[in-house]
Design a protein around this ligand. Sequence first.
Ligand code: ZN
Length: 256
Amino acid sequence: MTQNQAIDTVQIVNPTGGSAAVLICEHASHYIPDALNHLGLPLKARDSHAAWDPGALGVSLRIARKLDAVLIASNVSRLVYDCNRPPSAPDAMPARSEVIDIPGNFNLTPVAREQRTQMYYEPFRKAVVEQVDKTTAPIIVTIHSFTPIYYGQKRHVEIGVLHDRDTRLADAMLNTATAHTNAVVLRNDPYGPDNGVTHTLREHALPGGHLNVMLEIRNDLIQTKDQQNAMGDMIASWLVDAVAAIGAQGTVQCVA
Ligand SMILES: [Zn+2]
């Protein structure tokens, strides 16, 4: 077995958690398997927000603990395969991200794309399907972070509450936001469904009619472990409130 095949491409934290919440962190890791030769990128790019969502895993782990919820997180950089994109999307294996070229993704053949899909996306997709299937009335929550400066522009939004066609949980979170945070909270900002970012919601929540939301946190707010824990605690109680407001009391609660 090569080193490349030996890695676990997906981690499942607290798989027997008692919560209806199924937490998903597609951009948790900036790890690029050795066989891909760093995708031709310098260290700075491999550590940057282009490769992952800094802080998102720490926040997700804290929410998982607070709610006793399962968390499915990718162990591989989104530049290898972006688990929040379907295999048909060109940016599932992007050749360019914001201002960074990714040489290792130039001119990928259909065979190479299929290999990446099977190796890095399929195990992740299957893990989410399994966890959603075994959860009663699952509530899908995906956790992301975004860069404060994008194409040279400062972003003022601090927490984005994103949704696709099913707006129920996003509406409830936006309605209850001020009881939980002073942050600038906006709907479908800095991204929205038109940017293709709601793939996980479309794939795993919409077909079954499951409550769902995607959360985007500005990464300068979750740089330290303490900040990540505080954000995770806040989001956990916010989710509990929002779910209760919809009338699904008891399915999500803070246990820690
Ligand atoms: Zn992300």
